[in-house]
Design a protein around this ligand. Structure first.
Ligand SMILES: Nc1nc2c(c(=O)[nH]1)N(C=O)[C@@H](CNc1ccc(C(=O)N[C@@H](CCC(=O)O)C(=O)O)cc1)CN2
Ligand SMILES: Nc1nc2c(ncn2[C@@H]2O[C@H](COP(=O)(O)OP(=O)(O)OP(=O)(O)O)[C@@H](O)[C@H]2O)c(=O)[nH]1
Ligand SMILES: [Mg+2]
Length: 435
């Protein structure tokens, strides 16, 4: 018999109400022990909760969800009690005195929902993203995936591959017979080719998915004293980083998270780039370069208007930002894209506006499907290589069919649904009646 698990499912206490959730075969017995008779299924019912000696723990709403019609698919119950630490501690302590009842591990309710077929892996991951979402774009991206849109796409691809494989297997088995025309396999391979193109397009949107899910990454880099930390503070609207007239102030990366039009944007302030004998500062410079090399957007900050080459390699978007325009200077703005003063504030809005539109452009529509997790992208890439194998005309048909199977399995791993019965169904449903 599976353990019955219990945990606080609502947020930090103290809070108005705390929701304690229980799932597993002893849920009903535990609920009866706490409140007497079980309430009607799925009806919020006000009850007194008592310990085994009959002392009142609290008074709260109780919900009973007999399985399989519950979040986890098991018998579940919820206790909506007052959100005090001692209330919840006492309730949990009384619950785990019961045989077969223990505290839940992180993610264990969702894990059970997955095991019982209530959620697939993509949906379960999306629920976790939904809980972590801080901005509107993150929320919409997570909701889309949590409601199965992405899963459906992968399921359809997988279905096509299972069909393709069944056709090729049939061709292998009945190649001497006349009822399987050769053109069938041409159609199959044409469809596999177009699937490769669809997967490529989907993988190409992974930058978008990453930006929507994890946020858009901006790095402030440049010479010491250029005004990077001051600019970070202005963008963040608070004194995040230490500012001083001494060059080499910043060593660690200091981040500020902004919500621009619903998109999460992380601004990273970094150590000023220079040759240095200081070990700590040199490490800071190394980290600054590393961060800049991975950023979606690099703001190259300079107080002089001179911008030496950052040598960050290809593919980085770099904007040149001249700072301290409030100070009178001989030279002009040079070839800066933006000129601003963090002290007077002039030019700051232009920069923020430009970041805003850059993020919007690079994130695209929030409601179009894009893979946002490394796990998905990796499996998509692996699946694609199997498909390329399957298209190789130099290989015997048996191996090409096997490559289709591996590709289908790989796609099945994204949603966690790889199951042999389905494959058998796809194969046998295409046999002629009586064969
Ligand atoms: N109080 C409470 N609020 C909550 C949750 C919860 O567990 N408890 N949720 C937790 O994540 C979310 C809602 N998700 C849920 C998903 C499925 C079922 C459920 O009972 N499913 C059954 C019956 C479906 C039906 O009747 O329509 C099923 O799938 O068979 C409940 C909540 C957000 N709000
Ligand atoms: N007048 C004026 N001074 C500024 C401006 N921005 C920064 N400063 C000053 O320039 C000095 C250096 O600023 P920081 O923001 O610490 O420079 P940084 O680029 O972070 O420097 P490191 O961390 O050493 O790389 C400080 O004295 C700031 O007050 C500005 O827009 N106008
Ligand atoms: Mg600094």
């Amino acid at each position: 018999m599976a353990d019955t698990i219990i945990a606080l499912s609502s947020g930090a206490m103290p809070s108005g109400v705390a929701v304690v959730r229980v799932s597993g075969p002893r849920s009903g017995a535990l609920t009866e022990a706490l409140i007497g008779a079980l309430p009607d299924p799925r009806h919020a019912t006000l009850r007194v909760l008592r310990d085994s000696a009959g002392a009142e723990i609290d008074r709260g709403l109780v919900l009973w969800f007999p399985g399989p019609a519950s979040f986890t698919g098991e018998d579940c119950a919820e206790f909506h009690v007052h959100g005090g630490r001692a209330v919840v501690d006492r309730l949990l302590a009384v619950a785990v005195e019961h045989e077969g009842v223990r505290l839940a591990e992180p993610g264990e309710f969702s894990r059970r929902a997955f095991v019982n077929g209530k959620l697939d892996l993509v949906e379960a991951e999306a629920l976790s993203d939904l809980i972590l979402a801080e901005t509107e774009a993150q929320r919409r991206f997570a909701v889309e995936q949590a409601t199965g849109a992405q899963s459906q796409l992968y399921a359809n691809w997988r279905e096509r591959l299972l069909t393709a494989r069944a056709m090729i297997e049939a061709e292998i088995d009945f190649s001497d017979e006349e009822d399987v025309p050769g053109s069938v396999s041409d159609e199959v391979w044409a469809d596999v080719s177009s699937l490769v193109a669809e997967i490529d397009q989907h993988i190409a949107s992974s930058d978008r998915g990453r930006i929507l899910r994890s946020g858009f990454d901006v790095a402030l880099v440049g010479a010491p004293n250029a005004g990077k930390s001051t600019l970070l503070n202005v963008l963040a609207g608070s004194e995040r980083a230490i500012v001083s007239a001494e060059p080499g102030t910043t060593r660690d990366i200091v981040e500020a998270r902004l919500d621009l039009d619903g998109y999460l944007v992380t601004i990273a302030d970094t150590a000023g780039l220079r040759e240095t004998d200081g070990l700590v500062e040199a490490e800071g410079v190394r980290r600054a370069r590393l961060r800049a090399g991975q950023a979606d957007l690099v703001l190259h900050v300079s107080e002089t208007g001179a911008f030496n080459d950052l040598s960050l390699g290809d593919g980085r978007t770099i904007w040149r930002v001249r700072t301290k325009t409030d100070l009178v200077r001989g030279d002009a703005d040079g070839d800066a894209d933006f000129a601003l003063s963090s002290v007077s504030g002039s030019g700051v809005d232009d920069l923020v506006g430009a970041i805003r539109s850059e993020v919007g452009r690079r994130a695209g529509q929030t409601d179009t499907l894009a893979p946002g997790r490394a796990r998905h992208i990796e499996l998509l890439r692996t699946g694609r290589t199997y498909l390329i194998d399957s298209l190789s005309e130099r290989l015997p048909l048996e191996l090409r069919a096997e490559a289709l199977r591996l590709a289908a399995d790989t796609l099945g791993r994204i949603t966690g649904r790889i199951d042999v019965e389905e494959m058998l169904g796809a194969v046998f449903s295409r046999f002629c009646v009586g064969k």
